[in-house]
Design a protein around this ligand. Structure first.
Ligand code: GLN
Length: 546
């Protein structure tokens, strides 16, 4: 078994996760079994309790683990299905060490960072190696070299390489080569210094991936090679890609990253074939059609808050040869200025998941706009709850209907807490999480898209559709098209008299992949395309008459 550790230097947000995921893609295309994992040095046990402002999206795995969004990249870029063991945080490490100390497992010893914390980290890698039986395990270390909290992880990596033999380990350092405008030059010093920082703790990277806005000329590569003690070929240029993150693996392949890794590990493999990946990228870059999709949320200014949703839209777009012009609408703007300004010119409206009452009324207005104007609607988790509230209020006449999350005293709690959630006080990992089975009703839109009566999807929520209102709403044209197998929980809803109005309590965006778009997203984009083409025919009529 071989191990690759990916560290980052100089600054954060360099796209280490994407580099690691892309290397995963490249090695998989060479026929290797790859598993990716992330070590995060922060003290939260998991990112589930962090605000999207702090951390971006929380990515949910099959087993219900709430993890770093880089795991989303890993699952989208490789075929590996990940588990809670693929995202280790300092919080988990210390929690486990302290539990062992309380149990007396350390037999009277003083418990210390070295060896107890570092052993805990190393054991995790061994465990993942044993359970997955992968050819290569790629581990990304969060944070930046030089951070105090990252030190135990780096020390553990150093020891690990010593334990399993340096021939089985590659360290890749992702770094920044900044362009200094006044000097008109790229500068290598920060890279030299951050590699020196790694060497100080006994780690010598074999490869550096240099993030840069300009081409890395041969003399610069030689300079980095000389001062960082790395072969010139292993100084990899990683310029910002022009169109889509799915270009990154192709770019790194041009730079021979996978070839160098295979040489270092002595892997013999045939030339990889990227035809399918390349054709996906081509369809993302040069689509024949285009639709405009409004994502109505409250974290729209954050690039990372709805990451999996934006990716799922891209996958579905590529599947239909259709570019996505994504209009990010702040639901509080709709509350202030009304929906027309933002939504009258869109081909589809998507309402993502969310928590708390800020911006809720704006989302309800958007859902109503979609229903009344026959605009395709896709609701994800909170987006299904919003659709339910809107229909209850404006079609069934249930005044002030709401979710008890936003208005506990509502006279019509159409969305309310699950019984099992009533007494939950802890916030961490206490929601309904992970994969659950949904029964899909025949002759519904959901069935038409899934072509199956049972599906498994990932969840992350506390509140549920209230059965008390089901009959009344179904009589008015609200269709419950998916439920838990015992029929106790509503999982999918749709509207009978609408071109495409579909929402789920689960998060389909977590299961979408390039070349395998999720059926809900594919259906949504196709409906948006149909709307757009029928709009243009309608608009064309008066012109031809004139
Ligand atoms: N806040 C809602 C709930 O907890 C929706 C959660 C979500 O959208 N992920 O049920």
């Amino acid at each position: 078994m071989k191990y690759i550790f990916v560290t980052g230097g100089v600054v954060s947000s360099l796209g280490k996760g994407l580099c690691a995921a892309s290397l995963g893609t490249l090695l998989e295309h060479r026929g290797l079994k790859v598993i990716l994992q992330k070590f995060d040095p922060y003290l939260n046990v998991d990112p589930g309790t962090m605000s999207p402002f702090q951390h971006g999206e929380v990515y949910v795995l099959d087993d219900g683990a709430e993890t770093d969004l880089d795991l989303g990249h890993y699952e989208r870029f490789t075929s590996g299905v990940l588990s809670r063991f693929n995202n280790l945080t300092s919080g988990q490490v210390y929690e486990s060490v302290i539990r062992k100390e309380r149990r007396g497992d350390y037999l009277g010893k003083t418990v210390q960072v070295i060896p107890h914390v570092t052993d805990e980290i190393k054991n995790r890698i061994h465990r993942v190696a044993k359970e997955t039986q992968a050819d290569v395990i790629i581990t990304e270390i969060g944070g930046t070299t030089g951070d105090i909290e990252g030190l135990p992880f780096l020390e553990a990596m150093r020891q690990f390489a010593h334990d399993v033999g340096p021939e089985n380990v590659i360290f890749i350092h992702v770094t920044l080569v900044p362009f200094i405008q006044a000097a008109g030059e790229l500068k290598t010093k920060p890279t030299q210094q951050s590699v020196a920082k790694l060497r100080e703790i006994g780690i010598q990277p074999q490869i550096v991936i240099c993030r840069t806005e300009h081409p890395l000329e041969p003399e610069l590569r030689e300079k980095i090679s000389l001062f960082c003690n790395i072969s010139t070929r292993a100084v990899i240029e990683a310029r910002d890609v022009e169109h889509t993150i799915y270009e990154v693996p192709l770019y790194l392949h041009e730079e021979k990253l996978d070839e160098i890794v295979c040489e270092l590990f002595d892997f013999k493999s045939a030339e990889p074939n990227f035809d399918r990946w390349r054709s996906f990228v081509d369809r993302v870059i040069n689509p024949t059609h285009k639709v405009r999709i409004a994502v109505v949320g409250k974290y729209i200014e954050l690039q990372d808050a709805y990451k999996s949703i934006y990716e799922a839209l891209t996958h579905a777009g590529a599947g239909s040869d259709c570019g996505i012009d994504c209009l990010r609408v702040d639901s509080e703007d709709i509350e202030r200025a009304g929906p027309d300004l933002y939504l009258s010119d869109v081909d589809g409206i998507l309402i993502p998941g969310g928590f708390g009452d800020r911006g809720i009324e704006g989302k309800i207005t958007a859902a109503r706009f979609a229903r009344e104007h026959d605009i395709p609607y896709l609701g994800l988790c909170l987006g299904m709850q919003i659709a339910t509230i809107e229909f209850a209020r404006n079609v069934c006449g249930l005044e002030d209907a709401n979710s008890t999350e936003f208005y506990p005293e509502t006279p019509h709690p159409v969305i309310c807490l699950l019984e099992e959630q009533q007494d939950v006080t802890e916030k961490g990992a206490s929601m309904r999480l992970g994969t659950c089975v949904t029964d899909v009703k025949a002759s519904t839109r959901a069935f038409e898209l899934y072509k199956s009566t049972t599906v498994s999807e990932r969840h992350r929520h506390r509140y549920e559709f209230n059965h008390h209102y089901r009959q009344k709403m179904e009589d008015a044209g609200f269709v419950v098209s998916g439920t838990s197998p015992d029929d106790s929980l509503v999982e999918i809803i749709e509207l009978r008299d609408h071109p495409f109005y579909l929402a789920s309590q689960f998060h389909p965006e977590f299961l979408s992949k390039p070349n395998r778009p999720h059926p809900f997203f594919a259906g949504f984009i196709n409906a948006a395309l149909r709307k757009k083409s029928s709009d243009s025919t309608e608009k064309a009529v008066p012109v031809s008459h004139a």
